[in-house]
Design a protein around this ligand. Structure first.
Ligand SMILES: [Zn+2]
Length: 157
């Protein structure tokens, strides 16, 4: 269940952006306010009226005027504390998880991220190794190995 976005006055909006390093238009705008760390995942948040709101959701809302509602905010840049509206997109939970997997993350291994070389190696080794051994070798899940080997892995930037 998602908490509806609060109505914000100019002062609150100013306070929000005060906690964001807005560099150039296309760079990541990093949150410098409160951060909740769990499972290697950093959640930027701002407390308004006793409620903790996720900072990138607020950024999206302030920028577009649209309450993300049941959607999640996904990052094209993978920086969870980035508040640059240009890096944010609305995703269903499923899309967000898919995006996460496609980029080489694995929920059971936190922020394990595979390099292009590792992905190439997995593809090469898949025909001669078992998915289990590859999963162990690269520290990812068997499903992820399968996804990579069968080409269901999007190109990693
Ligand atoms: Zn970013």
């Amino acid at each position: 269940m998602h908490i509806p976005m609060p109505s914000l006055n100019a002062n609150q909006i100013m306070h929000f952006w005060f906690r964001v390093i807005r560099s150039t238009e296309n760079d990541c705008w990093k949150w410098v306010g409160s951060i909740n760390k769990s499972n290697n995942y950093h959640t930027a948040y701002l407390t308004i009226g006793g409620i903790k709101y996720i900072a990138p959701r607020l950024a999206y809302y302030i920028h577009t005027g649209i309450d993300p509602n049941e959607y999640e905010i996904a990052h094209t840049c993978d920086i969870s504390i980035c508040c640059n509206p240009r890096h944010l997109w609305l995703a269903t939970h499923q899309e967000n998880m898919q995006d996460y997997f496609d980029k080489g993350y694995s929920p059971s291994y936190g922020n394990t991220r595979l390099t292009k070389e590792q992905i190439k190696e997995i593809k090469n080794l898949y025909s001669i190794s078992s998915p289990e051994s590859l999963a162990k070798k690269f520290g990812v899940t068997r499903q992820q190995i399968w996804r990579i080997a069968t080409g269901r892995q999007r190109t990693v930037q």
